[in-house]
Design a protein around this ligand. Structure first.
Ligand code: ZN
Ligand code: ZN
Ligand code: ZN
Length: 222
């Protein structure tokens, strides 16, 4: 997905970008010409199979088709220092997948023991292998998701019951889905679960002294 562009400025940037034809700052000179920041960003994220058979990042353009670095002569650092993959680098010379791996390990490790529960190792694997590492990062970095995963890591033991005791949220249910999918939690009847939660909440309302005086009026007590 491309970012919204600023308006082009033909007075400041006299020579247009060779790819999009718009007047923006030239950030790279590649064999096909001067490249603006937007096209540079897009090139780093272009993946596929080059005409030569190489699969990976295709930042170059040959005959209007995306091409790999060696075919196009484009010089671009897309070699991850962590896993060696050819991919867009996120920070410290490492790709999004590597950074996501660190974030997940960090969140799911119990801070008091420095270890990860066996069940959570499976969950960590599932979270790390989500298809788009950069979207996964955006999801995980939300405060409520980070907090949820930290709580899960610090829970004294992992079971269906302790999982159900975590605060009810969409994150809990999403992660439950992953845990069920990977066989960590058993499949549960979704309707039954909703009924359980409704009964619990209804009982809490009944036990609330504020609501008690309502009961005789409804004819439930006789
Ligand atoms: Zn451009
Ligand atoms: Zn190639
Ligand atoms: Zn990597």
């Amino acid at each position: 997905m491309s970012r919204p562009r600023k308006a082009e400025d033909p007075v400041r940037w006299l020579v247009p970008c060779n790819r999009c034809g718009q007047h923006h700052k030239t950030v790279a000179r590649w064999p096909d010409g001067g490249i603006c920041g937007y096209c540079y960003q897009q090139a780093k994220r272009t993946r596929g199979v080059c005409a030569c058979g190489h699969e990976g990042v295709l930042p170059g353009i040959i005959d209007e088709q995306p091409a790999c670095r060696s075919c196009s002569g484009v010089r671009l650092n897309v070699d991850c220092e962590g896993c060696g993959a050819e991919d867009e680098l996120y920070c410290g010379g490492r790709c999004w997948t590597c950074i996501l791996g660190d974030v997940v390990d960090n969140l799911l490790t119990d801070p008091t023991t420095g270890t990860m529960a066996t069940e959570l190792i499976t969950l960590a694997g599932a979270l790390k292998s989500m298809k788009r590492a950069n979207s996964s990062m955006t999801w995980i970095r939300q405060k409520h998701v980070t907090e949820f995963l930290r709580n899960l890591a610090a829970a004294p033991k992992f079971s269906q019951e302790t999982y159900d005791e975590l605060p009810d949220s969409r994150t809990r249910e999403y992660v439950r889905g992953l845990l069920i999918e990977h066989g960590v939690l058993p499949q549960r009847n979704a309707l039954l679960m909703r009924y359980d939660s409704w009964v619990t909440q209804a009982l809490e309302r009944v036990n609330d002294p504020q609501n008690l005086d309502v009961i005789p009026a409804t004819g439930l007590r006789d």
